[in-house]
Design a protein around this ligand. Structure first.
Ligand SMILES: [Zn+2]
Ligand SMILES: [Zn+2]
Length: 272
């Protein structure tokens, strides 16, 4: 273990951590991660179209069920396909917006093929950007969620702990649905339910004197269901307080909260 020369840089690609070697001085991604990223960017327009056909299958199934008077299983698939498509578009548009803003270029039209092409044209610049790791994670996530839509992946459930409502003895479970974000629910009372952002707000209310919590851009992106590109843009526009530890940037949760609460009030809450 020679950790003495602090210049061994590791790949920041999603779940990678390989040692970066060679001449790509500024690049934060290893060759396999860069190849995966370009491959997925090239595939996303086809996945987007694929979700379009899932949509048609869903609608057709829904129609058939409707005539027999039963439930509408097609409807769930339908919604998931709509969400997966919206998510691909939102993520590509968000990162294209970041490239356009920081490179002072006109952003392409909101079209999946054009946006993916635009990101591919700037993929080397993106691979050197501090957000390169988040980009690989988000692109992988939307690609996974689009593929899941086609395979009707069930909802994942995670036990959170005892219910936060006063006097309630129920247990909270977080349901994570591809393309739907996180929903925290109580098994004792259906009225005890929160979505991801409300949940962090509630925790702060329960402990008003709690010290500031610090979140990574990836945490913020998951909790507020907002593409990382938008998170980075808001962080710099709104000057969120930040700290850097071990090369990672963390943002003050209360600043993030205030920012998204203002956006929600104005009605321009980000929508994926
Ligand atoms: Zn890598
Ligand atoms: Zn409860």
């Amino acid at each position: 273990m020679e950790r003495s020369s602090g210049d061994a840089r590791l790949c920041e690609g999603d779940g990678c951590g390989r040692r970066l070697t060679g001449t790509g001085q500024r690049r934060r991604l290893c060759r396999p991660c860069l190849d995966t990223l370009t491959g997925l960017l090239g595939t996303l327009p086809a996945l987007y179209r694929g979700c379009g056909s899932a949509l048609e299958v869903g609608a057709a199934a829904g129609l058939r069920e409707k005539t027999s008077g039963g439930p509408l299983p097609g409807l769930a698939l339908n919604t998931a396909a709509v969400e997966a498509r919206a998510e691909i578009l939102a993520v590509l548009a968000s990162w294209s917006g970041l490239v356009a803003q920081q490179r002072r270029l006109p952003a392409p039209r909101r079209d999946v093929a054009l946006l993916a092409r635009f990101l591919l044209d700037h993929v080397d610049w993106l691979a050197a950007h501090p957000a390169a790791g988040e980009l690989t994670a988000e692109i992988a996530r939307v690609a996974r969620s689009a593929r899941r839509t086609a395979h009707r992946e069930p909802v994942r459930r995670i036990v959170v702990g005892p219910c936060a409502a006063p006097g309630c003895g129920g247990e909270l479970t977080a349901a994570i649905r591809p393309g739907h974000g996180t929903r925290v629910r109580c098994d004792a009372d259906p009225a005890h339910a929160w979505d991801g952002p409300q949940w962090t707000g509630l925790r702060r209310e329960m402990e008003p004197a709690a010290p500031e919590r610090w979140l990574t851009a990836a945490d913020i992106s998951r909790l507020w269901r907002t593409p990382s590109g938008t998170v980075y843009r808001l962080a710099s526009e709104q000057k969120w307080r930040r700290v850097t530890r071990a090369g990672r940037t963390y943002y003050a949760e209360s600043d993030v909260h205030a920012c998204f609460a203002r956006r929600a009030e104005k009605g321009d809450r980000p929508r994926i």
